[in-house]
Design a protein around this ligand. Structure first.
Ligand code: SF4
Length: 451
């Protein structure tokens, strides 16, 4: 494997795609790619197919000439066109491989544009982020964008706003974001969730098409994020790193708590524990009941799941969270794989499964589907858990694939998959158990109708 140099079916997506998703979670924002037209077309197609919502992404549409002489004039003209067409509150400018390679100085070009602006409408807020795709993945692009938004907009400091908390959830589903909002509300908090695409990427049907969908994290609240009582940043890979949470922490005096993405019992206990500590309140009864039901399900379903072998792949923090959850259930996460290069991945997998997994999970980072398949095949998995891209393996091996995360292109409702909270864990638990039962039932020579 060490001399393998090309990538076959990458287990990660393009870096500015993550930026576009993050910008979509801000009120009145238009994501804008500084690069050639094809990048925006590919990303729009990819995102629409998962969320089944319109997704406009503007582009500076560079051609051969700009690739040689620089894309500054196109970027300025493109922004002027977006202002005319959308009248947005904010334009999120992300770079692409091309503009990173030619070395366009985007912050400088935007600064110049601010000085020269003579448009009929005022120039909206401009946030820029550097997202060269040859350096990272969609997750790095997503995290860099959240950091850029906080760094460039959350400038207000001062007295604490009572009842205000920030949640930096990472790349979760719109359904997850709605549930996080509900949980925070039930603790008496007003949460600024960044990004919040719970409505912009999963909104109701409307009689007339909206060029800019309603919803998104409110700009006024983003500006005030450093005045919140606490910031919770999900994702074990981000703990102690230089991300949005640390920007807020440094500006506001270290009120950021980094925890794992709350999937399963223990990671949710940490999340609810943080809310209890900050609010001074006990977890509301509906969530205690959810927690109790989850434990009850663990007991009832143990005989079906114990010792089953799972392969998990996808975004680093979701894979770590799922490994933690599966280990609690008695399933052995025999292979945990991510396309992202991460020196801490192996340690994180070890730490969340320690003392629980009957077999030490193999953790691979920076791998593609070719390598995942080659390794997984030897481990005789019973089940795959990840995005749609693992379907070919599941089909070949005749084992179930539980679709989680992003993208889900071969099923309906990917945007409404609930992963977080005790309730999300219970939903996942039922789906996994039933998928294994169904496989057993379907392959039985006698057939049975009672378990
Ligand atoms: S050229 Fe780069 S930025 Fe554009 S779609 Fe391809 S990987 Fe993404």
């Amino acid at each position: 494997m060490s001399d393998y140099v090309s990538t076959t079916n990458a287990c990660k997506l393009c870096t500015p795609l993550g930026a576009c998703l993050a910008f979509r979670g801000v009120e009145g924002a238009v994501p804008f790619l500084h690069g050639s037209q094809g990048c925006a077309t590919y990303m729009r197609r990819y995102i629409i197919s998962h969320f089944r919502e319109p997704m406009d992404i503007a582009s500076s549409a560079l051609g051969e000439k700009q690739a040689i002489y620089g894309g500054g004039p196109n970027l300025k003209q493109g922004i002027a066109n977006v202002v005319k067409k959308y009248d947005p509150k904010i334009i999120g400018v992300a770079t692409t491989c091309l503009t990173e390679t030619i070395g366009d100085d985007v912050p400088h070009i935007l600064h110049e544009l601010g000085r020269e602006w003579g448009g009929e409408k005022p120039l909206p807020l401009l946030v820029n982020v550097s997202t060269p795709s040859y350096q990272g993945s969609h997750v790095e692009g997503f995290n860099a964008t959240i950091k850029a938004i906080v760094d460039q907009l959350a400038l207000e400091t001062g007295s604490e706003i009572p009842g205000r908390v920030n949640i930096l959830p990472g790349l979760l589903s719109p359904e997850d974001i709605r549930h996080l909002n509900e949980i925070s509300r039930d603790f008496g908090f007003h949460a600024t969730i960044l990004p919040d695409y719970s409505e912009t990427l999963d909104g109701p049907a409307k009689a007339a098409y909206e060029t800019l969908p309603e919803g998104g994290a409110r700009l006024g609240e983003i500006k005030e994020m450093c005045r919140a009582a606490m910031t919770i940043e999900f994702g074990r890979s981000l703990i102690g790193g230089d991300f949005a949470g640390s920007v807020i922490g440094k500006r506001s005096g270290n009120k950021t708590i980094g925890i794992g993405t709350p999937v399963g019992l223990r990671e949710n206990d940490a999340f609810f524990g943080a809310l209890e500590k900050t609010s001074g309140l006990k977890t509301p009864r509906p969530y205690l009941l959810d927690r109790g039901r989850l434990i009850d399900a663990y007991v009832d379903g143990h005989k079906y799941l114990f010792g089953k072998r799972a392969v998990i792949y996808g975004e680093e923090d979701l894979v770590i969270a799922l490994a933690s959850f599966l280990a609690e259930t008695g399933i052995v996460p025999v292979l945990c794989a991510t396309g992202i290069k991460s020196p801490s991945f192996k340690n994180s997998i070890e730490s969340v499964t320690e003392g629980l997994a009957a077999e030490r999970p193999l953790a691979l980072d920076g791998v593609d589907f070719h390598q995942i398949k080659e390794t997984a095949e030897k481990l005789s998995p019973d089940i795959l858990i990840g995005n749609s891209k693992g379907y070919k393996m599941a089909r070949e091996w005749k084992i179930p694939l539980i679709r989680v995360g992003f993208p889900v292109h071969d099923r309906f409702g990917g945007q409404r998959l609930l992963h977080v909270g005790y309730r999300g864990a219970l939903r996942l638990y039922d789906e996994i158990t039933n998928a294994l039962l169904e496989t057993k039932q379907e392959s039985s020579s006698v057939g049975y109708g009672y378990l």
